[in-house]
Ligand binder design. Structure first.
Ligand SMILES: [Zn+2]
Length: 148
């Protein structure tokens, strides 16, 4: 369900990924975006670094909001990536388990990929197609090369 979010600031995907990469390379546990401190080791941010678009439909992340979930009493801001659909509505991009946790899938980066919330909902009960799996394997292969 859509949560009520208190948006503190909006940055471009580029600005966000750059700041995250600098901290990740230096092994800094936190990085700063416009004065907000965020956790570097978030798997979600690692997914966004690997692919800032939905692996399934290809919708591209346009901006990152630094926000607080209002109804959870959360006090620590975190970053959410959004894309705009053809109607101009923001669509949340998030990390998705390739092999679902319910089927023994791990929380390692090798089992995580960026997907939009729409595709994620459609996928939930269905298996990933062979074509999509090939696409995912290519992305994983590329990021393995980059991290060497
Ligand atoms: Zn999608």
């Amino acid at each position: 369900m859509a949560q009520k979010m208190d948006v503190r600031c909006e940055v471009t995907v580029r600005e966000f990924i750059r700041a995250w990469r600098r901290a990740f390379k230096k092994c800094n546990p936190r990085f700063k975006i416009r004065g907000y401190k965020l956790k570097t080791n978030s798997l979600r941010y690692q997914c966004f670094n690997e692919l800032s678009a939905c692996v399934n439909c290809g919708i591209k992340g346009s901006h990152v909001n630094i926000e607080l979930a209002m109804d959870t009493g959360q006090t620590r801001p975190h970053a959410n990536m959004y894309a705009y659909n053809e109607c101009g509505h923001p669509i949340l991009l998030t990390k998705d388990h390739i092999v679902p946790k319910s089927e023994g899938g791990s929380d390692l980066m090798s089992n995580l990929i960026t997907m939009c919330s729409k595709c994620n909902q459609l996928k939930s009960s269905n298996k990933i197609s062979k074509a999509l799996m090939r696409k995912i394997n290519k992305i994983k292969e590329r990021s393995r090369k980059c991290s060497r």
